[in-house]
Design a protein around this ligand. Structure first.
Ligand SMILES: *Cc1c(COP(=O)(O)O)cnc(C)c1O
Length: 227
């Protein structure tokens, strides 16, 4: 059955306060023809979790799109996106941050990054501990990395029916965000964006202070990985 992406998008946007949280439309696994429907309806921020897929879509699609890399990023793939990526949500190691700086320099850019914090109970989700986050925003690390800017934090809550659990995890991330906002004064750190919330928990995330929700299936429909 055909789905009306434009209408899904408008319906979704009517459920959020866009002054508080911006929509990153997660288009992974979806074809350009479908993503263009969202573009035609006015959407410009798109999220992808695989480098190769993002590169191909960037080549084919209009150049005023802001591409957000939201999935785990391997250091040897940074070079493919350094020239155009708008925001990397998933910085989860110092090694990766150093590689982004190096490739950004080659591309003559400063790349905006979010530090991904491990807030879920699941072991499988990537992310830094609070202590590792604090180390990465220190002058000892950042002074040597002039081509990256840390503009906020990202987190993924546990995939659970328990609203209390999800709320607790979002609150933890928000508290760390506020702590860093009041304690860091490095010129290349601004706690401006808090990327949290997906199709299943975006309303809770916005209530808890999200400024960016990463929403895929609620707009584009379920993903079919076997296709
Ligand atoms: C796929 C993905 C999303 C979107 O998930 P939906 O449940 O389809 O909204 C958000 N964030 C990350 C990191 C993802 O990989």
């Amino acid at each position: 059955m055909d789905i009306d992406i434009g209408r899904n998008l408008q319906t979704f946007l009517s459920t959020i306060d866009q002054n508080k949280a911006k929509l990153i439309a997660v288009s992974k696994t979806k074809p350009v023809s479908l993503i263009m429907k969202a573009y035609e309806a006015g959407q410009r921020e798109f999220g992808e979790n695989k480098v190769q897929e993002m590169v191909e879509k960037h080549e084919e699609m209009p150049k005023d799109i802001h591409w957000h890399l939201i999935g785990h990023l391997q250091t040897n793939k940074v070079k493919y996106i350094a020239s155009f990526v708008h925001l990397i949500h998933s910085v989860d190691s110092e090694k990766l941050l150093r590689t982004i700086d190096k490739e950004a320099k080659k591309a003559n850019r400063v790349i905006d990054c979010l530090l991904q914090v491990h807030i879920a109970e699941e072991e499988t989700k990537f992310g830094l501990s609070d202590e590792e986050v604090k180390l990465l925003v220190s002058p000892e690390v950042l002074d040597g990395l002039p081509n990256v800017r840390i503009v906020g934090l990202m987190g993924m809550a546990t995939n659970t029916e328990s609203e209390e659990q999800v709320k607790k995890e979002f609150r933890h991330l928000k508290a760390l965000f506020e702590e860093l906002k009041s304690t860091t004064n490095h010129p290349r750190v601004t706690m401006a964006e808090l990327s949290m919330g997906m199709s299943g928990d975006y309303q809770l995330a916005i209530e808890e202070g999200s400024t960016m929700v990463r929403v895929g299936s609620a707009i584009f429909g379920q993903r079919n990985y076997s296709a």
